[in-house]
Design a protein around this ligand. Sequence first.
Ligand SMILES: Cc1cc2nc3c(=O)[nH]c(=O)nc-3n(C[C@H](O)[C@H](O)[C@H](O)COP(=O)(O)OP(=O)(O)OC[C@H]3O[C@@H](n4cnc5c(N)ncnc54)[C@H](O)[C@@H]3O)c2cc1C
Length: 393
Amino acid sequence: MDFEFSPEQLAFVEEVERFLDEHDDPEIFDVTRENMAQIVDTPKRRAFMAEVGAKGWLGITWPKEYGGQEGDGVYEYLLNESLARRGGPQIGKGVGIIGKTLIAHGSEKLKAEFLPKILRNEVEFAVGYSEPNAGSDAASMQLKATRDGDGWRLNGQKTWTTSAHFAEWYWVGARTDPEAPKHYGITLFLVPLDHPGITVKPIWTMGDERTNEVYLDDVWVSDDYVVGELNRGFQYISEALDLERFTLFTISPILQRLELLTDYVRSASVDGEPLAADPVTRQRLAHLHAEAEVARVLGLKFVAASTKGGAPPTTEASEYKLYTTEYSKRLADASMDLCGPGSQLRVKTEDAPLAGRSESTYRYTVIDTIGGGSSEIQKNIIARRKLGLPKNF
Ligand SMILES: Cc1cc2nc3c(=O)[nH]c(=O)nc-3n(C[C@H](O)[C@H](O)[C@H](O)COP(=O)(O)OP(=O)(O)OC[C@H]3O[C@@H](n4cnc5c(N)ncnc54)[C@H](O)[C@@H]3O)c2cc1C
């Protein structure tokens, strides 16, 4: 088994790092936003991603026919990890969820309208699956779509829609057949977020980032903006979720925090004694390093499995997402414990241990164990699909 990257892959990372050095700007890169740094939410970050697009790096894995390079997914992984290490915006739902679903299932009209814009980063999307009574069980979504002329009228509420306050288009699931079994009556639509029937209200997370509630009141959508086949929406959502678990959770910012903690332990002293000499601290830190290696390798295993072709590596995605996001939380807990009372100082406080990231990540890291499918749901997937255990009731 070979865990090393090839010379070509390492040369690509060097090229990316040079590009990032040339574009270094604190308004684009902010590691303290943790995993939410990935969203492309300001004009400067959009312009930067357009330059990433101009390098051909947004369509690395897309077919050539649609402007992509038909490259190996490992390059997308390497690019995203380099971007994440600096707290930069990343390849996410536009290229992954929306782009890849349109390529696989979208009409020629939708492909022609959206794919070139995604590659040039001229459009941002929000993804609307979750509702107040349908989160883990997305197939229970109730947003109503009723037939009206050559289209559909949408009514209802979504929640936790990240990006809805700045994106142009809403990738939204709605129930088009209330009589069908719940997994088969859902359709995906593309709706402009400036439609007069749409209201977006903020929800601030405990990690200081914004997500949203979205209300749809008699929002009319033409048949042209139905994605793929009617009532097949849930199947498309499931397909794309495997990808989300991969692109939406990077490991570099976590490893970087581990390095910050390690440097702190090396240099700090408590009651005149070096912290590094404390056996409990040393053991805890060593354990964290061993766990970081497990997380890193689970990520590589997932990348290797997803670039082999064939069925999506669902269980590998779940193992990586579950372990890495739970580890990130354990690391934040350890940072709070080991850095003493100073760990409660906020980010950007002068002289705060770990530059204030103990406090912020202690709050933030909880979020990653919920978004994109909670830890319990990942465990259910592993239990069912890998271990063959019966479905939970
Ligand atoms: C910051 C953030 C951003 C998000 N962004 C988006 C977005 O852009 N678009 C979008 O559509 N959604 C988004 N989500 C929603 C996210 O996908 C859901 O929060 C998640 O799927 C959990 O759903 P829920 O919050 O309704 O919790 P619930 O599903 O109600 O779960 C509550 C608890 O019960 C547990 N649970 C539920 N079912 C089971 C089961 N079968 N077995 C064992 N335990 C179970 C869960 O693990 C959890 O602990 C976001 C969430 C967060 C936190």
